[in-house]
Ligand binder design. Structure first.
Ligand SMILES: Cc1ncc(COP(=O)(O)O)c(C=O)c1O
Length: 426
């Protein structure tokens, strides 16, 4: 009988995978906390929460129970002209905890669609009001997803190269790295002064795919205040940073000024099922509240607000808001800090950075890019240690489910130290 990975090779095309160079996928048959177990019984420690989605660990029994109850009651129903308790309850609960003055929740399917909706909301807001604001501003090297609008507001990179001619123009301002935040802020102000900027979209505090690039809350606060001053929408893409990854529930909780639109996905369901949320203020919603049907938001997906998925999100919120989850995040943050300090002077390291539960280590290399030769070596090194760690070029990072134990964290740190030694001696 063929194994799953053999059958996979015949029929599957995997995401972000050079299929010729990486023909074999590891076939996972079970999840258990931070562990994924393959068809041969090998256990892998999921150090990156399976692409940053798993909050409480895999196959969490409480979420599984709530999903099972819901799927046997109402698995799905159309969400235009109809509604249901899980969607309404989830919106109520999200609005209670979201930063700023969010008043309405628009559901979609994933992080990219949450961003598409945010862009459409902003552009049509200004059109509905008869105000000429059509420009979008983003940070260099941003990543907001893989659909066309989301790609357009993402940095031009190897991810978007094949489609560059088809992406609408966006103004990119420099990333506020160490020493150039004032250049970035001035660039934003210069473009805002032109008076035609519809929205500024930003990954608050951490640019994930760019390589876990981190910046100060003060800079984010200044961006937000400038946008408010020039009457420009702020779209906070909290798809990765949301639900406690940076410490508090949302990265925007670390600044005074508030966004107009917030995008959520990934950890929203605890990582069990796909769901996108675009939350907005009353002012934005009101611009679409009209008898003239041309002013409504023409957007929707077949599975909008799927009740089973909303039930998973509600269960995940229950777990997230328990004191024990806050304590776990604090424990991870402190452990990361201690480890970062212990390796910061290592010869193999160019930079160590941390925001909340996200720890990133930039390795010294002559080829510091997404296609760095180090990437595959490092990926294989960790797989050999039974750790799932997908480096972003020469940058390795830990972004674990909050249920990770101290012992499991220490195992990852020990393997990183071993890698650093082997890099130096090679
Ligand atoms: C900040 C951010 N926005 C949007 C997305 C896209 O989300 P999805 O992969 O669910 O489409 C991602 C995915 O990594 C992300 O990190």
């Amino acid at each position: 009988m063929k194994t799953i990975k053999e059958r996979d090779r015949e029929v599957i095309w995997h995401p972000y995978t050079p299929m010729k160079a990486w023909p074999e996928a590891i076939a996972i048959v079970k999840g258990e906390g931070v562990w994924l177990i393959d068809e041969d019984g090998d256990r892998y420690l999921d150090a990156i929460s399976s692409w940053w989605v798993s909050l409480h660990g895999h196959a969490h029994p409480y979420i599984a129970q709530k999903v099972s109850e819901q799927v046997g009651t109402l698995e799905h129903c159309i969400f235009a002209g109809f509604t249901h308790e899980p969607a309404v309850r989830l919106a109520e609960r999200l609005l209670e905890i979201l930063p700023g003055e969010m008043r309405k929740i628009f559901y979609s399917d994933n992080g990219s669609t949450a961003v598409e909706v945010a862009i459409k909301m902003s552009l049509q807001y200004w059109k509905n009001k008869g105000i000429k604001k059509k420009k979008l501003v983003a940070l260099q090297n941003a990543y907001h997803g893989d659909t066309f609008g989301a790609m357009a507001v993402s940095g031009r990179s190897v991810f978007t190269e094949a489609f560059t001619d088809f992406l609408f123009d966006v103004v990119f301002i420099p990333f506020p790295g160490r020493g150039n935040s004032s250049e970035s802020i001035s660039a934003l102000e210069a473009v805002l002064q032109q008076g035609d900027v519809a929205a500024f979209i930003v990954e608050p505090l951490v640019q994930g795919s760019a390589g876990m690039c981190m910046y100060d809350p003060d800079v984010l606060d200044t961006y937000f205040r400038l946008c408010q001053q020039y009457n420009t929408h702020i779209i906070a893409d909290e798809v990765m940073t949301g639900f406690g990854r940076t410490g508090p529930l949302f990265a925007c909780n670390q600044v005074q000024a508030a966004p107009d639109i917030v995008c959520l996905s990934k950890g929203l369901t605890g990582g069990t099922m796909p769901l996108g949320v675009t939350a907005c203020t009353q002012d934005i919603f009101d611009a679409f509240y009209d008898e003239d049907r041309s002013k409504m938001l023409y957007h929707g997906h077949s599975f909008t607000a799927n009740p089973t998925i909303c039930a998973a999100a509600l269960a995940s919120l229950d777990l997230l808001l328990e004191d024990s989850c806050t304590e776990s995040r604090k424990r991870i943050i402190n452990a990361h800090k201690e480890f970062a300090l212990s390796v910061s002077d290592h010869k193999a390291i160019a930079d160590v950075r941390q925001t909340g539960t996200i720890l990133a280590i930039e390795l010294n290399t002559d080829t510091p890019s997404y296609h760095s030769g180090l990437r595959d070596v490092v990926y294989r090194f960790f797989l050999g240690k039974k750790i799932i760690m997908r480096p972003l070029g020469n940058i390795i990072y830990i972004l674990p489910p909050y249920c990770i134990s101290n012992y499991e964290l220490q195992y990852i740190y020990a393997c990183i130290k071993e890698l650093l030694e082997s890099v130096v001696s090679s």
